[in-house]
Design a protein around this ligand. Structure first.
Ligand code: HEC
Length: 244
């Protein structure tokens, strides 16, 4: 029993360690998939700004109401652009991937699991690392994913981030990105960070939709195991009393 408990504990701990990930120099996305308000804002931003190009094929639209605590009507009215939507459809991009590769040089990858494969902090940092680059074919670049073929789709919210270079020649690199006075977007810096946190939070939630529930369940499972262990101990004492 002790061994089994230890093994179980080890599995639980290693599971969460993988989910947490670990990268240097990334911004902290402070993911909280039990924060329904953040998930709702994130879902809306995601559907409106990302699904022109990206899909999330492992996620069904009709799974969202229960998970996000909103009605299906609200989802249909606000998030689903596809007029041919049928119950049970997955979150598919408006743009065909062939078009995306033709226009941007690369197909926009499916984002269902990106928060897990790249890590949530990576996604959050990526959304805060775009800058104007006249030398790039699409006019934008990204410090985290150099020469990314994705434009800065949220520039109207963030503004137009300019690079501050450091070094020269081959060692030339972007040391900092700043949105200059007069080129700000609809949001303040803090608001933009919150918005990109919400998107990241929603992507973390998509990558593991059962996570919020499992965390809740985990507490009960451990509680049950504790109670069970104590019971088992007293039962053993009771059974062996007459033998000794
Ligand atoms: C105009 C089309 C377009 C839109 C809109 C768009 N993307 Fe992208 N995105 C791309 C393309 C193309 C790539 C591939 C970039 C590359 O690999 O060079 C990409 C790559 C990414 C990646 C990196 C994936 C990986 O593992 O390499 C992330 C994360 C991402 N996009 C998130 C988003 C989010 C979040 C939004 C909405 C705020 C969004 N994208 C909107 C086209 C788009």
């Amino acid at each position: 029993m002790r061994k089994f408990l230890l093994m179980l504990l080890a599995t639980l701990v290693s599971g969460s360690a993988i989910a947490a990930g670990g990268y240097a120099n990334l911004m902290d996305a402070e993911v909280d998939v039990s924060d329904e308000a953040s998930l709702q804002r994130g879902a809306q931003l995601f559907a409106n700004n990302c699904m022109g190009c990206h899909s999330a094929k492992f996620v069904r639209w009709n799974a969202l109401p229960e998970e996000l605590g909103v009605s299906m009507e609200l989802i249909e009215e606000n998030l689903i652009w596809d007029s041919g939507y049928q119950a049970g459809d997955v979150m598919t991009a408006a743009m065909r991937s062939e078009d995306a590769s033709a226009w941007f040089g690369a197909a926009a990858p499916d984002l269902s699991l990106t928060a897990r494969s790249r890590g949530a902090d990576w996604v959050y940092t990526y959304l805060n690392s775009f800058y104007v680059d006249p030398d790039a074919s699409i006019g934008w670049n990204n410090t985290l994913l150099q020469n990314a073929s994705m434009p800065h789709v949220l520039w109207q919210l963030q503004g137009v981030p300019q690079p501050v270079y450091e070094g020269s020649g081959d060692a030339l690199k972007v040391a900092e990105i700043v949105v200059p006075e007069g080129q700000q977007g609809a949001m303040t810096e803090a608001e933009y960070q919150q918005a990109t946190k919400d998107i990241t939070n929603f992507m973390a939630f998509m990558a593991e939709p059962v996570r919020a529930k499992r965390q809740e369940l985990g507490v009960w499972v451990i509680g049950f195991l504790l109670v069970f262990t104590i019971l088992a101990y007293f039962m053993k004492r009771e059974y062996w009393r007459d033998v000794h």
